[in-house]
Unconditional design. Structure first.
Length: 182
């Protein structure tokens, strides 16, 4: 039986708080929750299931979006049609990034933001993220393009930042040329 997650809406002030570092061992309950997140994010990107369970497509979720102020993020990246890579990072840190900036063409979306928000969100084109897996083993992930955007979006959640905070209100849209020069 598939049970949908209870994702907080942007109006909830919890989303504006700074999450605490997670400590090991990660509880079984939290590991189960991660499994549930992976399942829901995967289903949300498969049309048949998205329709069946009324899921908005999403590639990532951070624990604070479930009301848990711990630094854990989950990303389910469709790297090829129908093929997914899961990333679960505990206490993620961006340890290096490209000067070059990019933005998702159509802007960004968020499972906590139930409305369209127009505007480009400038992000680093490439990032290196370190952290730990659920068992405490160190991780080091290099991400580029969309996956890089996803990591920056989810890590922002741990610091109480929502994607639209980064949209320039005076100039919400950039050409690809302009954004690379930011
Ligand atoms: Zn989000």
């Amino acid at each position: 039986m598939f049970k949908k997650l209870n994702i907080l809406d942007e109006k909830d002030k919890t989303l504006r708080k700074i999450s605490k570092e997670a400590t090991f061992p990660i509880s079984e309950k939290e590991k189960d929750l991660v499994d549930q997140i992976i399942k829901e994010l995967t289903y949300s990107q498969i049309e048949e299931y998205a329709e069946k369970y009324d899921l908005r497509p999403g590639t990532g979720l951070a624990f604070p979006q479930l009301g848990i102020l711990k630094r854990i993020i989950v990303i389910v990246d469709e790297y090829e049609p129908g093929k997914f890579n899961n990333y679960v990072v505990v206490n993620p840190n961006i340890v290096s990034y490209s000067e070059e900036m990019i933005a998702a063409d159509v802007g960004e979306g968020c499972l906590s933001v139930n409305r369209e928000v127009d505007g480009h969100v400038p992000r680093h084109a490439r990032v290196t993220v370190t952290g730990f897996d659920l068992d405490g083993n160190p991780l080091r992930i290099r991400a580029r393009e969309e996956l890089s955007i996803a990591f920056q979006h989810e890590i922002d959640h741990l610091d109480g930042i929502l994607f639209y905070d980064r949209i320039n209100k005076k100039k919400p849209f950039f050409t690809e040329y302009e954004i690379r020069l930011i």
